[in-house]
Ligand binder design. Structure first.
Ligand SMILES: Cc1ncc(COP(=O)(O)O)c(C=O)c1O
Length: 389
């Protein structure tokens, strides 16, 4: 008997992906200015970034980053619990807790790590994790890492979620959902999920990576927009690398929950703290996101403009009122072709294909930003119409 080669097996999987137009392509961005990026020497209008409020290049963030780097140096040099936790981290955690109306917040280096850390700290082999079918991969992976039973429910369907909880009435249960779905842009039925969890004694966790900064008063997120308290949604997670334009993530909730996570979330304990200068930049971003309401007003306007224009052009859009506006294509090869045509016309909107989205649901994930203008949106719509013809 010969042992199979792991490297050959991976190469075979790679060839299979290529056959079905599913290969992902790594592109290097050569320059960034406003809503434009340069790739392969061409300046493209970017409709793929998560910089919804246009903060990634904001002068206040740059200044905070430079000031903190001058004061603290670059690396945090250690894990939070071993001397890496600097005043910049503490101040950011306080600002995030205050913004989201939670007692305490805890920083993680990435959203992926936050989800892995929280879910694997909470759940074990005898527990059940109930998740929306369209949840982000990091939530699904987290349940797998925890070793619990993972049960998926029909997208945004509380009856289906209840059925899944009902199959294990005796087990400790976490219900986890994206607040705003990352590839579809719709908002989870948050109030119904909170009521369901309350009735079922299950714990609700919302990943608001795409809601924070964008939805709710002062951009406090989808949970705030749904007027849900810390007790309705005991575990709130959000990222700092999307609307806040920086990097990293946090989990917020009751102080007792956060203190337990400090002890037991392995992706918090066993990793170097984020650079303090990034924490300083993120704190500057919180202030801009909270108080520069015009950015959200502009986004809302652009979303409405895009949707109205798309309807006039006869384009089919998803039911999304957030900056994530997917244009459904279907077949992966067709999505790649449309994306390439858009690029020829000066727009960057890569095709999103399985396994990131379900089979047969390849799309262009168009994202809008406060950096875009009305005329940018109109030109994109014209190019989309031509590319889809
Ligand atoms: C819903 C959701 N959760 C978590 C993450 C992971 O966050 P991060 O990029 O900070 O790892 C993402 C995207 O990256 C996301 O879209």
């Amino acid at each position: 008997m010969t042992r199979p080669s792991l490297i050959q097996r991976l190469a075979a999987a790679h060839a299979e992906r290529a056959k079905y137009a599913l290969l992902r392509r790594l592109r290097t961005v050569e320059a960034v200015d406003g809503a434009h990026i340069r790739i392969d020497g061409r300046r493209l209008l970017n409709f793929a970034s998560n910089d919804y409020l246009g903060l990634a290049q904001h002068p206040a963030l740059r200044e905070a980053l430079a000031r903190a780097a001058a004061q603290w140096g670059v690396g945090a040099t250690a894990a939070h619990l071993l001397g890496g936790h600097r005043e910049e981290h503490a101040a950011l955690e306080e600002a995030l807790a205050h913004w989201t109306g939670r007692e305490r917040a805890l920083l993680f280096s990435t959203g992926y790590m936050a989800n892995l850390g929280v879910i694997s700290a909470l759940l074990g082999r005898d527990d059940v994790c109930v998740q929306d079918k369209l949840n982000h991969a990091s939530l699904v992976d987290a349940a797998q890492l925890a070793g619990c039973e993972l049960k998926r429910y029909v997208h945004a369907d509380c009856t289906s979620a209840r059925r899944q909880l009902d199959t294990r009435p005796d087990r400790a249960a976490l219900l986890a959902s994206d607040g705003v779905f990352s590839m579809d842009g719709d908002v989870a039925p948050l109030a119904d999920l909170a009521a369901l969890c309350n009735a079922q004694n299950a714990t609700l966790m919302i990943d608001d990576a795409h809601g924070l900064g964008v939805l709710g008063d002062e951009g406090a997120g989808s949970v705030a927009a749904a007027r849900l308290s810390q007790d309705d949604v005991p575990i709130l997670m959000a990222t700092l690398g999307k609307a806040l334009g920086v990097a990293g993530a946090f989990v917020a909730g009751r102080a007792s929950l956060i203190e337990s996570l400090v002890q037991s979330a392995r992706t918090y304990v066993y990793t170097t703290a984020m650079p303090p200068a990034l924490a300083a930049a993120a704190r500057a971003a919180v202030d801009v996101a909270r108080f520069e309401d015009w950015r959200r007003d502009r986004l809302r306007h652009l979303i409405a403009h895009f949707r109205a224009g798309a309807a006039l052009h006869g384009l089919t859009l998803a039911d999304s009122h957030t900056p994530i506006q997917p244009v459904m294509i279907g077949a992966s090869a067709a999505a790649v072709t449309v994306s390439a045509k858009l690029e020829n016309a000066g727009f960057y909107a890569p095709a999103i294909r399985p396994p990131t989205v379900p089979e047969g649901k390849a799309r262009l994930r168009i994202t809008l930003s406060a950096l875009h203008s009305e005329s940018d949106v109109e030109r994109l719509l014209d190019a989309l119409k031509a590319a889809l013809a």
